[in-house]
Design a protein around this ligand. Sequence first.
Ligand SMILES: CC(C)(COP(=O)(O)OP(=O)(O)OC[C@H]1O[C@@H](n2cnc3c(N)ncnc32)[C@H](O)[C@@H]1OP(=O)(O)O)[C@@H](O)C(=O)NCCC(=O)NCCS
Length: 169
Amino acid sequence: LAETVQWQGQTIVLRPIRPEDGPQHLAFVEQLAPQDLRLRFFSARRELPKSELARLTQIDYAREMAFIAVRPADQGREETLGVVRAVTDPDNIEAEFAIIVRSDLKQRGLGRILLHKMIDYLRAHGTQQLVCDVLPENESMRQLARSEGMTLDRNASSGDALRFVRSLL
Ligand SMILES: CC(C)(COP(=O)(O)OP(=O)(O)OC[C@H]1O[C@@H](n2cnc3c(N)ncnc32)[C@H](O)[C@@H]1OP(=O)(O)O)[C@@H](O)C(=O)NCCC(=O)NCCS
């Protein structure tokens, strides 16, 4: 499931997150602007508890998938640039996803690359529908969702969150 892609003249890798990505993921999260964290997690937060870091990196691949975009860094290490995560219901009808791109790397196409990776994966898995909950003030995500053919599900939306949907069939 790992794949090499060109992004901004660099070679980066898209691959499933692994349990040993904990420290790298923590470093990624620490570089996120509070406002971006709020848009992603729907609540103000300053740091990530250990238990939650474990939940984000040690996932049940049967029901959940998270792809990270990484590039080589110093001393043979790699750094995480962004992540797309989706959780599928037990009947594999619907997958809900969320994306976050490192705050200093936004608006360079990475969010769309990650979303395409997840769409390809879910399609190959036979998942029928894609959904995404977006805060009303999140213009970037609303635009990205619309530009990928997602539409607003008014019945499932409220003032607190807008639900975007799209068929994968
Ligand atoms: C939403 C987010 C993931 C988009 O990632 P990104 O790498 O910045 O987006 P891309 O560069 O791939 O842009 C893809 C499209 O998104 C839309 N978009 C991105 N940034 C935008 C902005 N500031 N204003 C309006 N539209 C924007 C555009 O439609 C853009 O396509 P275009 O460049 O062809 O116009 C990123 O802004 C982010 O991490 N935000 C904070 C966390 C968050 O809100 N996550 C979504 C929760 S579901």
